[in-house]
Write a protein that binds this ligand. Sequence first.
Ligand code: SF4
Length: 157
Amino acid sequence: MQVRLAGIKQESVTDGFGLRSVIYFQGCPHHCPGCHNPESHDPTAGYPAETDDILDLLCSNRLIDGITLSGGEPLLQPQAALALARGARLRGKTVWLYTGFTLDAILADPAQRLVLSYTDVLVDGVFVLAERDLSLPFRGSRNQRLLTPTAWQALIG
Ligand code: SF4
């Protein structure tokens, strides 16, 4: 499946627990003031890639614990996000998902909620400059939450 990306970071220790590969999706509708990655907003920019190629490249690194879907907004391309999350799990890797959407909004969208079935940690909500806090682990502002499957598994069955 094709996905439009802003970039890939093959090894990171700041985008979730352990050593992770970060996949930056292209396109974001949230336009948060103070965004760390404004060049990722235009959904027509970036470059196309194949999800299987990305997984083969990243998951061949036995040192990584998993992948992190970031952006941009991964859930603007929910089928590609699903393919990457499911493929990473099949390869024995964990999945972190950063999204500007809240858990409630994701659960209300049939395509987006499927991605949660293959997500180990969800970081939800837009970046709010007034709530920026550099001391927070793995997130930029206090409104953003680190959520694990106990937060949604009873709701998605
Ligand atoms: S959700 Fe993330 S990428 Fe999108 S505008 Fe906000 S901070 Fe930037």
